[in-house]
Design a protein around this ligand. Structure first.
Ligand code: HEM
Length: 510
C-alpha cells in the first residue's frame, strides 16, 4: 500500500514524460509534413509559372471563381486566353494542369503515364479496378483478354439488337408525344443504351426498357456521378475515414450497393443460363465469345480464372462505360440535329435513300451514310461525351514549345477544351459537318472523343455503330426541333450532360 502510494507520482511522472515525447514527435511530424507540402507547392508554383493563369487564392485556389460561373463555360474562357495549357489550383498544394492543344495531347498520349489516381480512385468503390482504372501489367492482361469481345464478327449481329432497342424507345416516344411534343430525351436514351449493352455484352434476355430494376440502376449511376464530382471538389472529403463518416460518404456506400445489386444479378443470371442443358456446349462452339462469357471462361496467364472481385469490376466498368457515354453521345447528336434543320434534312434524305422505311438496318449499311457520319462527328466535337481524362506524370515532360512539367504533376487532357479551342477549330461554336468532309485536313490529335494511343476507348466501334443506328432510325420516324424555352447547359459529370436536361420537340413524320 505504502509502496503504491509512493509510486504514483513516479508513474504519473513517467506518463507525462511519455506524453511530452509523443507531443514532441507529433510536432516534428507535423512540421515535416508542412515542410513537405511547402516544398511541393514551391515546386508546382515554379512549374506553373511557365503557364499563365488567372490569379488564385493560396488556399482556395480557383474554387471561388468556379462557384460564380458554370465550370465548363469558365474553363472555355481560359482556353481562349491562355495558349495550350493552364493550371487550375484546387486548394493548397493541389493543382491540375488543363491541356487543350493537339501537340500537347500527342506527347502525353504517346507515353504510358498511369491514370491520375488522386481522382480516379474515388470511382473504385463503384466500378472497381477494371479496365478503366487498372494500370501497368494487370491493365495490359485485361485489355488483351477483352479485345476479342470487340472483334467485328461479334459486333456485326449486335446491329440488329441495337435496332430493336432503338425501335422500342421510338415506339414509346410516339405514345408520349401525343400528349406533349417536348421530351427530355437523355433518360429515355440512357434506358435504351443500357438495354442494348445488357443484351449485347451480358447476354441478358429481358427488356431493360420496361423493367423496374433498371430504372433504379440508372438513378444510382446518376447519384454516383454526382457524389464523385462533389467529392473531387471538396477538400474535406479527400480522406477516406472522414468521407465515410460524412453523410455524403454514407450515401455513397448505400448507392454503390444498389449499383452492385444490379451487376451481381446480371452475373448470376448468366451463370444460371450456362447451367442449362446444351448452353455450355453452344458457347464452347463459338469462335468468338461475348464479353461476359469471355470473363466467365477466362484463364489468366498462370492458368487461374479471374477472381470474383476482378470479374465484378469489369462488369461494373463496362455496364457504366458501355451505356452512359453512348447515351450522352446520342442525346447531344439529336439535339445538334434538332438545332440545325438543314443538316437534319440532308441526313434524313441520305438514310431514306439507303434504308427506305428502315425496317432492317444491317452492319453493311453503317459505312454507307457519309453525311450522317460527318454530322455525328461534328456533334461529338461540340459535345464530347467524356469532357476530360486525367494522367499522373510518371516522369518529367517537355512539350514541343519548350515548357515542361515535373514528375508527379497531374494533367487533365481537356477534350472539351481541345474541341472548342479556336486555334484548332476556327469558329468552334459553329456546327459545321464539313470539318469532317473526306477532303478536310486536321491535326492527328485535334479530334479525340475516344482518346488515342494504347489507352483509347475499347468500345469505339461499338459506340459508333450504336450512334449511327439510333440517329438513322430516329430521323426516319421523327422531325426534330429544339425547345427554345429550355436550351441545354453542358456540364461535366464524368460524362457530358446538361444541367437542365436535353429537351427536343418531336413531330411524327407522315
Ligand atoms: C460515344 C461513346 C464513347 C465515348 C465518347 C468513349 C470515350 C472514351 C474515352 C475518352 C476513353 C479514355 C478514358 C481515359 O483515358 O481515362 C475511354 C475508355 C474506355 N471506354 Fe469508352 N467511350 C464510349 C463508349 C464506350 C463503350 C460503348 C464501351 C464499352 C462497351 C466503352 C468502354 C471503355 C473502356 C473499358 C475504356 C477503358 C479502356 C482502357 O483504358 O483500356 N466505351 N472511352
Amino acid at each position: 500500500m505504502t509502496e503504491s502510494v509512493l509510486s504514483t507520482p513516479r508513474s504519473l511522472g513517467s506518463i507525462s514524460g511519455l506524453l511530452q515525447v509523443v507531443s514532441l514527435l507529433s510536432l516534428v511530424l507535423l512540421l515535416l509534413k508542412a515542410a513537405q507540402l511547402y516544398l511541393k507547392r514551391q515546386r508546382l508554383l515554379k512549374a506553373a509559372q511557365q503557364f499563365p493563369s488567372p490569379p488564385s487564392h493560396w488556399f482556395y485556389g480557383h474554387s471561388r471563381e468556379f462557384k460564380k460561373e458554370q465550370e465548363l463555360q469558365l474553363t472555355l474562357k481560359w482556353v481562349k486566353k491562355f495558349p495550350c495549357a493552364c493550371p487550375r489550383w484546387l486548394w493548397g498544394t493541389n493543382v491540375i494542369f488543363l491541356l487543350y492543344d493537339p501537340d500537347y495531347m500527342k506527347v502525353i498520349l504517346g507515353r504510358s503515364d498511369p491514370k491520375a489516381d488522386e481522382a480516379y480512385k474515388f470511382l473504385a468503390p463503384w466500378i472497381g479496378y477494371g479496365l478503366l482504372l487498372l494500370n501497368g501489367q494487370p491493365w495490359f492482361e485485361h485489355r488483351r483478354m477483352l479485345t476479342p469481345a470487340f472483334h467485328y464478327d461479334i459486333l456485326k449481329p449486335y446491329v440488329g439488337t441495337m435496332a430493336d432497342s432503338v425501335q422500342m424507345m421510338l415506339d414509346k416516344w410516339e405514345g408520349l408525344i401525343s400528349q406533349n411534343p417536348h421530351l427530355e430525351i437523355f433518360e429515355h436514351i440512357s434506358l435504351m443504351t443500357l438495354d442494348t449493352i445488357m443484351k449485347c455484352a451480358f447476354s441478358y434476355q429481358g427488356s431493360v426498357q420496361t423493367d423496374r430494376h433498371s430504372k433504379f440502376y440508372i438513378q444510382a449511376i446518376e447519384d454516383l456521378k454526382n457524389l464523385f464530382f462533389s467529392r473531387v471538389r471538396n477538400v474535406f472529403h479527400q480522406n477516406d475515414i472522414i468521407y465515410r463518416l460524412a453523410p455524403e460518404g454514407c450515401r455513397n456506400v448505400h448507392v454503390c450497393q444498389l449499383a452492385h445489386e444490379h451487376t451481381d444479378r446480371v452475373i448470376r443470371l448468366r451463370k444460371a443460363q450456362l447451367q442449362k442443358e446444351g448452353e455450355l456446349e453452344k458457347v464452347r462452339q463459338k469462335r468468338h465469345l461475348d464479353f461476359l462469357d469471355i470473363l466467365l471462361f477466362s484463364r489468366m496467364e498462370n492458368g487461374s480464372s479471374l477472381s470474383d472481385k476482378d470479374l465484378r469490376a469489369e462488369v461494373d466498368t463496362f455496364m457504366f462505360e458501355g451505356h452512359d457515354t453512348t447515351a450522352s453521345g446520342i442525346s447531344w447528336i439529336l439535339y445538334a440535329l434538332a438545332s440545325h434543320p438543314e443538316h437534319q434534312q440532308r441526313c434524313r434524305e441520305e438514310i431514306q435513300s439507303l434504308l427506305g422505311d428502315g425496317a432492317s438496318i444491317t452492319w453493311d449499311h453503317l459505312d454507307q451514310m457519309p453525311y450522317t457520319t460527318m454530322c455525328i462527328k461534328e456533334a461529338l466535337r461540340l459535345y464530347p461525351p467524356i469532357p476530360g481524362i486525367g494522367r499522373e506524370l510518371s516522369k518529367p515532360i517537355t512539350f514541343p514549345d519548350g515548357r515542361s512539367l515535373p514528375k508527379g504533376a497531374i494533367v487533365v487532357l481537356f477534350l472539351y477544351g481541345l474541341h472548342h479551342n479556336p486555334k484548332v477549330w476556327p469558329n468552334p461554336e459553329v456546327f459545321d459537318p464539313f470539318r469532317f468532309a473526306p477532303y478536310a485536313t486536321r491535326h492527328s490529335h485535334a479530334f479525340l472523343p475516344f482518346s488515342a494511343g494504347s489507352r483509347n476507348c475499347i468500345g469505339k466501334q461499338f459506340a459508333m455503330n450504336e450512334m449511327k443506328v439510333a440517329v438513322a432510325l430516329t430521323l426516319l420516324r421523327f422531325e426534330l426541333a429544339p425547345d427554345p424555352s429550355r436550351v441545354p447547359v453542358p456540364s461535366s459529370q464524368i460524362v457530358l450532360k446538361s444541367q437542365n436536361g436535353i429537351y427536343v420537340s418531336l413531330k411524327k413524320l407522315p
